[in-house]
Design a protein around this ligand. Structure first.
Ligand SMILES: Cc1ncc(COP(=O)(O)O)c(C=O)c1O
Length: 400
């Protein structure tokens, strides 16, 4: 990974102070450019939402708003409130996720939220009762757990037994019950296959499946129309530095062909993207505090571990990593160094699970250098074990 010059310069300035360096640096330029690009290339009817679970920092919400994202995909009341503070209105929010509480549903209805995505029949009844109490009708999408999974994806959201949505096979039994709930306005389907997908055809296959389901529903239930279809998120990024991210242009072309094939022009299609938009707008930067040789393997200990950057350990993958060499004087003559070898990176936590990088080959690392983990803008601090060992929170510094 090449560290952008302005990121390195900023880190060097910070490192000139006495304080131990441990922070996230954000530059949302790339996120804003990607939103503009997607809005330009996607077929008519596609609306790009930012899935704020990837990074709820206000700078990312502001980037989404200023670059022209249609709105925010939220999955909790906390996210809803942050989106509102960032300037989004209720009708720019779509609400997904299993286990929405009555308070959360009530908030959604009272704020005129655009769509609430129903994850089960219980949730449908709960929402219907709330709407009835409030004298309101709510637009909903029905989330389906399709009988399809993308094996190579980092995380799958459909296929097999899942907590997400209603199993595809149960649709014929459940849909009539849902359509009978008088305070819910059925608008269409939500089928999200997987996250971190690099193969465009895998996600297009999901689109085709959903189109097939929508067509079948309309045949089986005359008068019912799926005018909105949500494909979820899933566009992947190149964590392994193999030279290719997900290809949005190929996806746009494929989706456009499917829309024509199914005669689905004039409908609305949601994309709720997190990782693809946010990942390359953030770097986790942490100072090397110690290097040890343990039975022939070097263990590099950094100021922050999975309390601040849990994703590599949680998903057992290495993020791109580069070292800023600081040239600090050794504390004693035989202090360990890394020199052309594969090493392990961890943090200061008292658990063997505290791994930042596994068996990663590096030319040189010394105590006092700064380890910079790339693609950390998505699912970085937000999915970390912040409270564990009560270390100070890393700073989040926004450069642009
Ligand atoms: C419902 C929903 N939408 C969107 C996303 C964002 O997915 P991604 O970051 O892969 O784009 C997620 C991620 O878990 C999700 O659960």
């Amino acid at each position: 990974m090449n560290i952008p010059l302005h990121i390195e310069q900023h880190l060097r300035q910070m490192a000139a102070t006495e304080a131990t360096l441990n922070c996230y640096l954000y530059d949302t330029t790339s996120m804003r450019e990607k939103i503009v690009y997607l809005n330009n290339i996607m077929p008519a009817g596609v609306e790009v939402f930012y899935a704020m679970k990837a990074n709820p920092h206000p700078a990312f919400l502001l980037a989404a708003r200023s670059a022209g994202a249609k709105g925010i995909e939220i999955a909790s009341l906390g996210e809803a409130e942050k989106a509102v503070v960032a300037g989004f209105n209720g009708d720019q929010l779509i609400y997904t996720g299993p286990g929405k509480s009555p308070e959360e549903l009530r908030w959604g209805v009272s704020h005129g939220i655009r769509t609430i995505h129903i994850e089960s029949l219980t949730e449908a009844h709960r929402l219907n009762a709330i709407c009835s109490d409030m004298g309101r009708k709510q637009d909903i999408l029905l989330r389906i757990n399709a009988d399809f999974d993308i094996h190579e994806a980092q995380t799958t959201f459909s296929g097999g037994s899942k907590k997400f949505g209603i199993d595809e096979e149960k649709l014929a039994e459940i849909l009539p019950q849902l359509l009978a709930l008088g305070h819910l306005r059925f608008r269409g389907l939500h089928v999200y296959a997987a996250s971190g997908v690099l193969n465009v055809n895998d996600l297009l296959k999901n689109c085709e499946l959903v189109f097939g389901m929508a067509r079948q529903i309309e045949l089986d239930h005359p008068g019912t129309r799926c005018d909105t279809i949500d494909f979820g998120g899933g566009f992947g990024v190149d964590y392994l530095e193999e030279g290719h991210d997900f290809d949005p242009q190929a996806y746009a072309d494929g989706l456009s062909a499917l829309i024509t094939q199914y005669g689905f022009g004039g409908r609305t299609f949601f994309l709720e993207l997190g990782r693809y938009l946010a990942a390359d707008s953030g770097w986790f930067c942490t100072e090397v505090l110690d290097i040890k040789d343990s039975r022939g393997k070097k263990q590099v200990i950094c100021a922050g571990g999975i309390n601040h950057f849990r994703r590599p350990a949680a998903l057992a993958i290495n993020h791109p990593l580069a070292i800023i060499r600081m040239g600090r004087k050794a504390l004693f003559p035989t202090q360990e160094q890394v020199c052309d070898e594969a090493v392990y990176f961890g943090g200061p936590l008292c658990t063997g699970a505290d791994k930042l990088a596994n068996n990663v080959f590096l030319h040189a690392v010394d105590v006092g250098d700064i380890a910079v983990f790339g693609l950390a803008g998505a699912y970085g601090l937000t999915m970390s074990n912040l409270e564990f060992l009560s270390h100070e929170r890393p700073q989040e510094i926004v450069l642009s």
